[in-house]
Every structure is written in C-alpha cells, then in structure tokens.
Design a protein around this ligand. Structure first.
Ligand code: FNR
Length: 388
C-alpha cells in the first residue's frame, strides 16, 4: 500500500522495491530462466486446504517446538541469503537480532556480507552457518573452523548449487552482465536510491563478503569477487564429500536443496540430522517441481528418520501451518525476511515475524490443535497427493 502499515510479506516486498537499487531488488526477488518454478513455489501452497474444526478447547495454544534439538518459539528458520547484508545497514546483524528476539534461528550464508564473528556478537542464540563447497578444500576447512570458533553449531550444507542457475534479471539490469554499459546501468540504479546509498553503502560499509575476507583473495571488491566465486563453486562434489564434511564439523548437519526421494534416502543414510526440501527458491533449475509438491513423498520415505524442513514460497504463518500439516518439522523462509529487512529494518522484520506467529497460532486455534507436534495430515481438508 502507498500509505498505512505494511502487514504482510507482500507489503514489505513493495517497500523493499521502493528502497533498494533496482539490481539489488531483482537479485533478491528473481528466479531462474522463466521463473515458472518460482511462481509454482508460491502458488502451490494455496492448493493445501485446511480442515476447520470447532468446539475444541483451544485456550492454550503453543507454537513452540524444537528444531535439530534447539528450542524455538515457532518452527521457522531464516534461510541463508547471499548479499543479505546489503538489504539494510549491516543487514545480517539486524536480521539475527530480529530472529533471536522472535525466538528462532538465523542462518548466515557463506556469501553473506557481515562476518560470522560480527553476527554472533549480536546474536543471543548461536546462528546456523551455511556452506557452499568451493574447489579449494583448505579454504573450506578454514571457513568451518572460523564458524565453529565463532560459536556456530549447526551447519547447513547446500547441495543444489554445483553451478549458479541462469538468472536473466541479473543480466538485464547489469548485475551479471559485463562491460562499461552495465557499469553505467548499475551506477544509474544506485544514484536513484540515495537513501540506500548513504545508509547502507556509505554508513554501513565496508560491504565485502565478510566470511570469506580472510579466507579468499579480494573479497572486498564485489565485482571481482563475484566472478571468482562463480568460478569456484565446485561441481565435482558428491555424496562422498559428506564424510569429509563430517570429519571437519562436529555439530549438527543439515543438507539443503534435496528435491528427490532417492537423494533424501541417501542423505539420511549418510546421517544427516535434517534435510531441507528445496529448489533454492526457484533460482536453480526452472522447471523442477515446487517443494510443496515433493514434500509428501519425501516425508513418507524418510520423515521418521530425520527432520524435514520445507523451503520455498512460504509467505505467511498459514503457509507454515500447511508445511507442518504435510509432515515438515519446520520451514525455512528466504525472501520474506529480506523484504521486511529492506522495507522496514530490524523493526519491520520483528513485526513480520510476530505477525506470522500470530497467524500460525490462529491456524492452530481454528483447526483445533494446541501443540505443534499434533499438527499433521489430520489437519488437511483432504489428502494431498500430487503425482505420487
Ligand atoms: C538464496 N538462497 C540461498 N541458499 C543458500 O543455501 N545459500 C545462499 O547464499 C543463498 N542465497 C540466496 C539469495 C537470495 C537473494 C535468495 C532469494 C535465495 C536460497 C534460500 O536459502 C532459500 O532456499 C529460498 O530463498 C527459499 O525460497 P523463498 O522463501 O525465498 O521463496
């Protein structure tokens, strides 16, 4: 809305659009190729119809739960987002504060802006750390040691990015396109957002890939670094590398980016403490199914053996409830937290999370369940079995 208070993730998205330089908003908002999977991620939640129940004592509804052994006020985790620190001044610091105030975990991306030590200093709960495998294993080792030393105990290993997907928006607006014209285009977009430039880039600087700054060369030069990291994503990673990670990480291990039953089985066999059913927010292969579509069969296959997180297109507390009704233990949420952060800062994100918790609580109230562990297929209006 042009005036009034932002209430939903979508409202904050409009605020973010108005505040961020165009290429940054598009980087956050966009998906791969024609963005069909991105649209499906959002739209498919609406297919999950809930079962209204009445005349149940719902005086004491509790949204609290545990996720990989950690107590959480609701089953929501902020997903790792690269460059999130550019959405607001020292963005990841503001986000971890809002997340912890809401009683939920925050995940810091390998390619986040604020260093893990800075994020942890602001956190009241250990942040989760997300790992991208890069070719040079000694650098990964250094990165894992750094995260552990800073106090992180849960590692989210992202397995769906052997190469970055095809993101046409980034090319159109000059973010990933080369040459002087692209640079000019970026400068134009920056100059049209002076408030962002001043607040985030000038007062909030330096904007570098903080986690990698003492691990890789030239992490301070974003353009040069982006080229370097794009070439560094390691396409040779296989299941055998999980063992290598296990040797270098003593804490919990989640595999993020599983979308197939066979892969889910493999992850569980290798002892993953949890899996995140995800297509990377529709940013990798356009044309794959939404997480919602895949969730039921993956839950049926391995739900009893590991914790399953839904991810992609979750836009409200009702969607969180839907994910749990399909058998997820919790959800990861990506874009909405960055929209709220960009559009309303730490306070905006705090308000959005409070609103989601209230939506979740109301969904429980109106379906007649008082505890998170009791949410399941009983709360579905009818069984949801897409293709399988
Ligand atoms: C991502 N995602 C992501 N995942 C990851 O493991 N490491 C990362 O650095 C990033 N970076 C990133 C940047 C941006 C701008 C987006 C939108 C997404 C994927 C992310 O963690 C999550 O899987 C999706 O964002 C979930 O979909 P929704 O909630 O954004 O629809």
């Amino acid at each position: 809305p042009k005036f009034g208070y932002p209430a939903t993730a979508g409202d904050y998205r409009e605020k973010a659009r108005a505040r961020l330089p165009g290429f940054l908003f598009d980087y956050l908002d966009g998906g791969a190729t024609d963005e069909q999977t991105l649209r499906a991620n959002e739209a498919d939640w609406a297919n999950i119809k809930l079962r209204q129940r009445v005349m149940v004592n719902v005086d004491e509804v509790d949204t609290a739960t545990t996720l990989v052994g950690q107590h959480c006020a609701m089953p929501v985790v902020l997903a790792p987002l690269g460059l999130a620190g550019m959405m607001a001044r020292r963005g990841e610091v503001q986000a971890v504060r809002a997340a912890n105030a809401a009683g939920i975990p925050f995940t810091l991306s390998t390619v986040g802006i604020c260093p893990v030590e800075e994020v942890q200093a602001a956190a009241t709960e250990a942040a989760w750390f997300q790992l991208y495998m890069i070719r040079d294993r000694s650098r990964i080792e250094a990165l894992l040691e750094k995260a552990w030393a800073a106090g992180c105990r849960t590692l989210v290993f992202t397995v769906d990015l052997p190469q970055p997907g095809m993101r046409h928006r980034d090319f159109r607006n000059g973010l990933s396109s080369p040459g002087p014209r692209a640079r000019l285009l970026k400068i134009q977009q920056l100059l049209s957002r002076p408030a962002w430039l001043w607040s985030v880039a000038v007062r909030g600087g330096p904007l570098s890939f903080g986690n990698l700054s003492d691990v890789v060369p030239d992490a301070g030069n974003l353009d040069a670094f982006k080229d370097w990291i794009d070439a560094q994503f390691d396409p040779t990673v296989t299941w055998a590398d999980i063992e290598w990670i296990r040797q270098h990480w003593q804490g919990k291990l989640l595999l993020k980016g599983i979308l197939d039953v066979e892969d889910a089985r493999q992850a569980v066999q290798l002892g993953a403490d949890g899996i995140v059913v995800s297509n990377h927010g529709g940013r990798q292969l356009d044309g794959v199914a939404s997480g919602v579509d895949k969730l039921p069969e993956i839950v049926a296959a391995v739900g009893a053996q590991t914790e399953i997180f839904a991810d992609g297109g979750v836009r409200s507390g009702v969607d969180v409830f839907r994910a749990l009704a399909l058998g997820a233990r919790g959800v990861m949420v990506g874009r909405p937290w960055a929209w709220a952060l960009a559009g309303g800062g730490e306070a905006g994100l705090t308000r959005l999370l409070a609103s989601w918790q209230q939506e979740l609580r109301l969904a429980m109230t109106l379906t007649g369940v008082t505890r998170i562990v009791d949410i399941g297929t009983e709360q579905l209006d009818r069984p949801y079995n897409p293709e399988f």
